[in-house]
Design a protein around this ligand. Structure first.
Ligand code: NAD
Length: 332
C-alpha cells in the first residue's frame, strides 16, 4: 500500500515528483480550510504543510494514521506541536532554507524605506520632479541596525549590513548562549531592549511567535524609538501590537515600517494600517521567491521520504517522539 501524503495547499512540482518517485500517493485539498482538509486526514500518513491552515489538536484527532507533519517553512506556529507529540506524530520544520531570501527581503525594505522609494515614485508620477530638492532620503552607511532575535536570519542580516553598509550592529537575544555571543563580539553589541530601541535607526524583528513573544514590541518599546527609525517585521505579525504601531505611524513618531507579516492574514484591503503612507507592505512573501519555494518544498518532501524509508529526517521539532516504539527503527 503506498503511503498517502496530504497537501492542504499545492507545492512545487519538483517536490511532488520526488514524493511520487519515492512511491507516495499525493492527495491535494481543493482549499486549505479545516472543513475541506478534515475529511481528507483519515488515511493520510504525511502532511506537507505551508501556512494556509493550522494543524490543530482537533484536526489531529481525525488523523489516526498520520506519521509526520513536514513544514515547508521555519515557523511552527501553525502546528499544535504538543498535540502532535502526544499522538507520536513527528513534526519537522525547514530551518535555514529560507534565511538568505528573508534577509534579502529585509534589505529591500531597509533600502526602499530609507531612500523613500514609494514616496519618490508616487510624487514623480504626479509630475513632482522637484521633490528631489527636499533631500528626503537617507543613507544606511554608518547608521545603527538593531536586531531583535539574533538567530539564523537576524545574525545573517547583521553580517550583511555590517559588511555592505558598515552599519553598527546591536542585538537583543536573551536566549543566545554566552559562547555564541562571544563569536560576534568583534562587531555586535548586546544591549537591553530599551537601549536597542532608542539607539537604532533600523530595527528588524527575527524571533519566533510564542506566548512569551506575542506583542513584544508594544506601546512602550515603540515609545523608545527615534523619529528617524524604520521598523521592519518579517517574522510574525503578532510580535508587534498593531494598534500601537498604527497610532505611532499615524502620528509620525517613527519614520516608517516595512511589514511582511500581520496578526491576521490575509489582510483585508480596508485594514487601518493600509491607509498609512509611511509603511511598505508585502503579503507574507519574504520567503516566497521562485528559488526559495522550490528549496522549501523539496526539503519538506525529503523529510517525509526519509521517514517513510526508515531514516531519521532532518530538523525534527519534537525529538521526544523518537523514544516511542514506532520510531525506534529509524536509522540516522
Ligand atoms: P532562529 O530560531 O534561528 O532564531 C530565532 C532567535 O530568536 C533565536 O536566536 C532565539 O534565541 C531568539 N529569541 C527567542 N525568543 C526571544 C525573545 N523573547 N527575545 C529576543 N530573542 C528571542 O529563527 P530564524 O530562522 O532566524 O527565523 C526567525 C523567524 O522568522 C521565524 O520564527 C519565523 O517566524 C520567521 N520567518 C518568516 C518568514 C517569512 O516568510 N516572512 C520566513 C522564514 C522565517
Amino acid at each position: 500500500m503506498p503511503k498517502k501524503v496530504l497537501l492542504p495547499q499545492p507545492i512545487e512540482s519538483e517536490a511532488v515528483k520526488a514524493l511520487e518517485n519515492a512511491g507516495c500517493e499525493i492527495i491535494t485539498a481543493a482549499d486549505p480550510s479545516p472543513e475541506t482538509v478534515r475529511p481528507m486526514l483519515a488515511g493520510s500518513h504525511g502532511i506537507v504543510l505551508r501556512t494556509g491552515i493550522k494543524i490543530s489538536q482537533e484536526l489531529l484527532s481525525h488523523a489516526d494514521d498520520l506519521e509526520i507533519v513536514a513544514r515547508t517553512g521555519g515557523g511552527l506556529d501553525n502546528v499544535d506541536v504538543p498535540a502532535a507529540t502526544k499522538r507520536g506524530v513527528m513534526v519537522t520544520s525547514n530551518l535555514g532554507v529560507n534565511t538568505s531570501s528573508v534577509v534579502e527581503h529585509v534589505l529591500a525594505f531597509m533600502l526602499a524605506l530609507s531612500k523613500q522609494l514609494p514616496l519618490m515614485d508616487r510624487e514623480m508620477r504626479k509630475g513632482n520632479f522637484a521633490i528631489r530638492y527636499q533631500n528626503l532620503s537617507g543613507d544606511l552607511r554608518g547608521k545603527t541596525l538593531g536586531v531583535i532575535g539574533f538567530g539564523r536570519i537576524g545574525s545573517e542580516l547583521g553580517r550583511c549590513c555590517r559588511q555592505t553598509f558598515g552599519m553598527n550592529v546591536l542585538a537583543y537575544d536573551p536566549f543566545l548562549s554566552q559562547e555564541a555571543k562571544e563569536t560576534f563580539k568583534e562587531w555586535v553589541r548586546f544591549p537591553d531592549m530599551q537601549e536597542l530601541c532608542s539607539s537604532s535607526d533600523v530595527i528588524s524583528i527575527h524571533v519566533p511567535l510564542t506566548d512569551h513573544t506575542r506583542n513584544m514590541v508594544g506601546e512602550r518599546e515603540l515609545s523608545w524609538m527615534k523619529p528617524e527609525t524604520v521598523l521592519i517585521n518579517t517574522s510574525r505579525g503578532s510580535l508587534i501590537d498593531e494598534d500601537a504601531l498604527y497610532s505611532v505611524l499615524k502620528a509620525k513618531r517613527i519614520l516608517g515600517a516595512g511589514l511582511d507579516v500581520f496578526s491576521a492574514e490575509p489582510v483585508p484591503a480596508d485594514h487601518p494600517l493600509l491607509e498609512l503612507d509611511n509603511i511598505l507592505v508585502t503579503p507574507h512573501s519574504a520567503a516566497l521567491t521562485r528559488e526559495c519555494v522550490i528549496r522549501m518544498a523539496t526539503e519538506a518532501a525529503q523529510c517525509v521520504i526519509d521517514l517513510f524509508a526508515g531514516r531519521r529526517p532532518k530538523n525534527i521539532a519534537n525529538p521526544q517522539v523518537l523514544v516511542l516504539d514506532r520510531w525506534k527503527h529509524l536509522s540516522q
